[in-house]
Each structure stands twice: as C-alpha cells, then as structure tokens.
Design a protein around this ligand. Sequence first.
Ligand code: PGA
Length: 238
Amino acid sequence: MKLICANFKMNLLKDDIHNYLNTIKGKINNKNVIFFPSIPFIEEFAKNNYLVGSQNISFKDFGSITGDTSVLQLKELGITYTIIGHSERRTFFNDSNYIAKKIKLGLDNDLKIVLCIGENLEEFEKEKTLEVLKRELDEALQDNLDIINENNLIIAYEPIWAIGTNKIPTNSCLDNTISKIKGYLKTKYNLNLKVLYGGSVNLDNIEELETIKVIDGYLVGGASLDALKFLSLINKVN
Ligand code: PGA
C-alpha cells in the first residue's frame, strides 16, 4: 500500500485542527496516512490514533538549544515518524549540515525517517539533478549505514522548484529520476528503499501521478490542509 504523508508545515490553528479531525473521523480506513502537523497539535492526532510525525527534530537530544525540540520530547507527544531535510529547513535553518546527525538520533530513538532530497530550478535546468540527489543521499547515509534499513528510512523526492508552485516534473522525468534514485541506493548501499514524490501533489494531478509505477507514495503539503479535499485525494491513491 502506498504511503501518504500530510505535511501541514506552519499552518492551521487550534479550531482548524478540531474541525479537521471531525471531518476525517472514521474516513481514513485502509490507507497508509501519516500526519505531520505543527508541534502543538501532534498530541491531538496521536490521541485520535492517527499515525503522526514531526516536521523536524533537533540535532541534539537535550541541551541549550533555544527554540528547538528534542526527539525525546516529540516522542512523548506520540510521534513515530519524522521528516528530515525538508528543503524549507535546508533553506531557512541550514539543515543540510545536520542531516546525518538527525537521522542517527531519530533512528536511535526508533523513529521512521522521511528524508527529503531534491534539486533547485537552476540545478534542474543545468541537468545536475542526479548529482545533487546522490550527494544528498551520500551525506545522509554514509555515517548511518549500520542502523538504516528498508523499514526505517523512506526517501521523499521533492524537486524544490515543484514545491508550492503547481508545477510538477513530466511523467517520464519523474519515472526516470525515481528509478535512478532506487538504482543508486541498491547499487551503492544495497538498500531497497521506498521513494515518495512530493511537490504540488493535488487533486488535479494525482490520477496522472498514479500511473507512474515507481512512485511508492506522496508527501503532500498545501493539498493536505483542506480535510475534505485531502480525503478525496487519498481516495484516488491505491
Ligand atoms: P506542496 O508541498 O505539496 O505544497 O508543494 C510539499 C512539501 O513541501 O512537502
């Protein structure tokens, strides 16, 4: 079954979350959906028995890091997953420097990791996509090979130029890039990891995306914020 991750980013308030939970109640059966709300709402999703993850974890377990949240604190709220390396974290918080450390900390604490990788528009236009993806995979995996396996690490391929822009790569481009990611992971690291697609996934393009067989699921941002539309979207995913 495909995996669908709902990344709320820094959106929605308390009332919105309550309405959201009321709307989806009893309607997400037989689907592999994980919610990634803002930290204040994680517990609410966990209490209602949804799979829930954090959008990030700190690179340390405890200490003097003002404004960060420890993986141990997040686990107390009920997370079993975390996203690591989202492009917005890489851009605003230099997260590229902490990816390997965060993966280790997450895995040491029994979380499943959704690792985001992706090229920017300039890299895409200069045909540097694979070079970027391989580098990001190497940075994430090399120090953690002894603890990574096919059940605890999921890759999310998110071209940065496709996030929130309503543009997505062509089918053949996506098929080719995701196949190459899988091939690289298999050849270099002997890993068969699931690869999700993220970037402007919505109700208008989900049926088309579903025809691309190498995609193992989706990381959905904007289109996960409206509960009814999100329910329609997940119902189109096999
Ligand atoms: P989007 O975001 O679906 O709004 O493009 C995806 C993401 O950044 O995870």
